[in-house]
Design a protein. Structure first.
Length: 224
């Protein structure tokens, strides 16, 4: 029987932890999140891409705690704004701004632009304490609406219009959004390969060395 692995989700968000836990149900893993450990120093998300920030979070948490860790970074990229808000999506209207303040600022910036093309992007990084990592990424294409619609979801969802369903993300049910969203697609790719991911983790986790105490005839001990 395979040993159960602990996988730390690099978030304190219980909803995200539950979502990933449900997705990976049936695999020999024990899901934990950051709330189950003592206070950790914050990760400075100063990367130039979603890939860099996802890796920074996953690698940092894995090295600090000694377990494999999973982190994601995502955001909205808008053609007419040169890819903004991009990696600054969560801080677009200031550090403590509300979702409404963020998408309101975006709509202001989009006034006069006829090109409404935009995409949500998500990168998932799975890292081990040695620094090695696997990356999964996905993208969902859409348009920036002229005005918000729907009160579901979060972030920029009320102003991100998805033409195939003729709805904003804010008007979709959770199930609809999960099927087509950037995060849903990236998590789906991860789930499809998770058996291989577990093999990779086992192969890349540091091996604990056995040692014998000096002047002692006891059996070799394993640290920890």
């Amino acid at each position: 029987m395979q040993e159960t692995l602990t996988l730390v989700i690099a978030t304190g968000n219980p909803g995200k932890t539950a979502e990933i836990g449900d997705l990976l149900k049936g695999f020999p893993i024990n899901i934990k999140n950051l709330d189950e450990f003592g206070p950790l120093p914050p990760v400075v998300e100063d990367g130039d891409s979603f890939d860099e920030n996802a890796y920074k979070k996953a690698s940092f948490v894995s090295k600090i705690l000694g377990y494999p860790a999973l982190a994601d970074d995502s955001g909205l990229v808008v053609d007419a704004l040169g890819g903004a808000p991009g990696v600054y999506s969560a801080r677009y209207a200031g550090e403590n701004a509300s979702d409404q303040q963020r998408y309101t600022k975006l709509l202001e910036e989009m006034k006069g632009h006829t090109n409404r093309q935009a995409a949500f992007e998500c990168v998932i990084s799975v890292a081990v304490p040695t620094g090695a990592a696997l990356t999964y990424e996905a993208r969902c294409e859409g348009l920036i609406a002229e005005k918000p619609a729907g009160d579901g979801g979060f972030g920029y969802d009320p102003v991100f219009y998805y033409p195939p369903l003729k709805k904003t993300f804010g008007e979709m049910s959770r199930e609809e959004k999960s099927r087509i969203s950037h995060r849903g697609k990236a998590l789906g790719e991860l789930k499809a390969e998770f058996g291989k991911v577990l093999i990779w983790i086992r192969q890349n986790m540091p091996i604990q060395e056995k040692f014998r105490c000096e002047h002692d005839n006891t059996e070799p001990l394993t640290p920890g």
